[in-house]
Design a protein around this ligand. Structure first.
Ligand SMILES: Cc1ncc(COP(=O)(O)O)c(C=O)c1O
Length: 487
């Protein structure tokens, strides 16, 4: 409904008294939401197209009140949202926004900083440098790892591989490009279990999907270093030029950890760039008892970790670390005259580290989270999730008709229901039907994967509010619905 508001507001925007009043109301709404996200179904019952159908076809010609917008948000948006902040959200990699992170987002919108170059965001630039050094030290990464913030791990991995490509200086790729001349085939290696963002990166960088070689995994789903070595040697013999290896710490499907020390040794021997995708798993290295997961990463050329996955920072915030920032800059730095500044030689310009010129002030929310929780607060959150995953794993192991399909290294448990007498195909269908029934309850949201060809269900614990009560409810649902559901 178009509700005209007075002309002063139409021309001058919202008055600040209204901003203040509605701002307070929205914060009140946010606090109530965070206190009881379970008032909503974690996965809404909405069908594709329903939200669009409820929205006007065109933008309003005359301004409406923010009050009306807020009412519509509560009526139409919140109930038709998948609630990532719901403690029953256990799909994909469950994440958690947190009050300090949310307020950091708010203030970053208030300042509306676009930190392209240092002078357009001195505090944003230097806070980013500072908090990324804090995180680096907390994770036990080497002091020469230089960090920058990106939106997602997909961008971070793309940029890391662009820097790896730039390291092949004799090919003069930045200047001469990849078409219209003879070039060796370039190759990137990752495990069969690596994330699809690596495929997207090689497509984007012009290597094509044939430029990616997926290496076989060992029984624990980690990359087989012997298979990596022979793939590289075979490629070298046929004139293919190895460009980079992507190792993963915490793979998407089953959270496997690739043997980074062995992989790093192979990369060193052949002078190949090593990028580590620790988008999910990396945060666990805040815990001394989990430090082992980043062993060998001190030899990596680059590493991505996503504080928006498991460090209580609201989406989006991914960190790319590299010990070769000059190559990242060589790949992306390009300064048109209007962006030259007197500080260019003394200060960092964030635009030099990726494709986007404009940079959101994301460091603010990370700073608030790190300060409010402290390293200890984050560690206790991580320990709680690891403990919940162990409890769930023990429960699965105690059920004769459920089968855990991998070790639990982090906070993800992968399993399937396995009633006797079903063929492999029937088991797949049975587990997918079980998943649908569980998700239809609106109480928990799980996702699935395929492990060595067979469908499995995934429970990912990563929400701040998830506790034993939610696991108990999950057990009840798994128990009841796996029986109700049998083919
Ligand atoms: C291991 C791993 N790497 C990369 C990604 C991509 O993350 P993003 O959504 O930040 O691009 C994911 C997504 O879950 C992932 O699991």
């Amino acid at each position: 409904v178009n509700r005209p508001i007075d002309s002063q507001k139409q021309t001058g925007g919202m008055d600040l008294e209204e901003f203040r009043r509605l701002g307070h109301e929205m914060i009140e709404w946010a606090a109530q939401y965070l206190a009881s996200p379970e008032q909503y179904a974690v996965l809404p019952a909405t069908r594709p197209g329903e939200v669009r159908a409820a929205l006007p076809k065109a933008a309003p010609e005359h301004g409406e009140s923010l009050e009306q917008c807020f009412e519509d948000f509560q009526r139409l948006i919140a109930p038709n949202t998948t609630h990532w902040n719901h403690p029953g959200f256990m799909a994909y990699f469950a994440t958690s926004g947190s009050p300090p992170g949310i307020l950091g987002e708010l203030l970053s919108a208030v300042l509306n900083v676009n930190a392209m170059v240092w002078r357009t965001g001195p505090a944003a630039t230097e806070l980013e440098e500072t908090v990324l050094a804090w995180v680096r030290d907390l994770l036990g990464l080497p002091a020469n790892f230089d960090g920058t913030i990106n939106d997602t791990a997909s961008s971070s991995t793309l940029y890391a591989l662009a820097a790896a490509r730039e390291s092949l200086t004799d090919l003069r790729l930045r200047q001469s490009g990849m078409t219209g001349r003879e070039l060796p085939r370039l190759r990137v290696y990752c495990s069969e279990e690596a994330h699809s963002s690596v495929d997207k990166a090689v497509i984007t960088l012009g290597l094509g999907l044939e430029g990616l070689r997926r290496i076989a995994t060992r029984p624990d789903f980690s990359m087989d270093p012997a298979a990596l070595r022979s793939a590289i040697e075979e490629d070298l013999q046929t004139g293919v030029r190895p460009m980079a290896v992507v190792g993963t710490v915490g793979t998407t499907s089953v959270t496997a950890v690739d043997p980074i020390p062995e992989i790093a040794a192979i990369c060193r021997e052949h002078g190949i760039w090593l990028h580590v995708d620790a988008a999910y798993g990396g945060s666990a290295a805040l815990l001394p008892e989990m430090r082992w997961i980043l062993a060998g990463c001190e030899h990596a050329d680059s590493l991505v970790v996503n504080p928006h996955k498991w460090m209580l920072v609201p989406v989006d915030l991914s960190v790319l670390y590299t010990c070769k920032p000059e190559l990242l800059r060589a790949a992306f730095s390009l300064t048109p005259e209007y962006l030259t500044t007197p500080e260019m030689l003394q200060a960092r310009n964030l635009m030099d580290y990726g494709i986007s010129l404009g940079r959101r002030f994301r460091a603010l929310k990370l700073w608030f989270v790190l300060r409010v929780y402290g390293a200890e607060g984050l560690r206790s959150m991580l320990r709680r999730h690891l403990q919940l995953a162990r409890q769930l794993s023990d429960w699965i192991d105690a059920q004769p008709d459920f089968e855990r399909v991998t070790d639990v290294k982090f906070s993800v448990v992968v399993f399937r229901h396995r009633p006797v007498g079903l063929t492999a195909e029937e088991l797949d269908r049975h587990n997918l039907a079980l998943l649908d029934r569980i998700n239809a309850t609106g109480e928990v949201f799980l996702s699935h994967t395929r492990v060595r060809g067979a469908i499995a269900l995934r429970v990912a614990l990563g929400n701040q509010a998830t506790d034993e009560r939610h696991l108990d409810r999950l057990y009840t649902l798994l128990h009841a619905l796996s029986r109700a559901n049998r083919l």
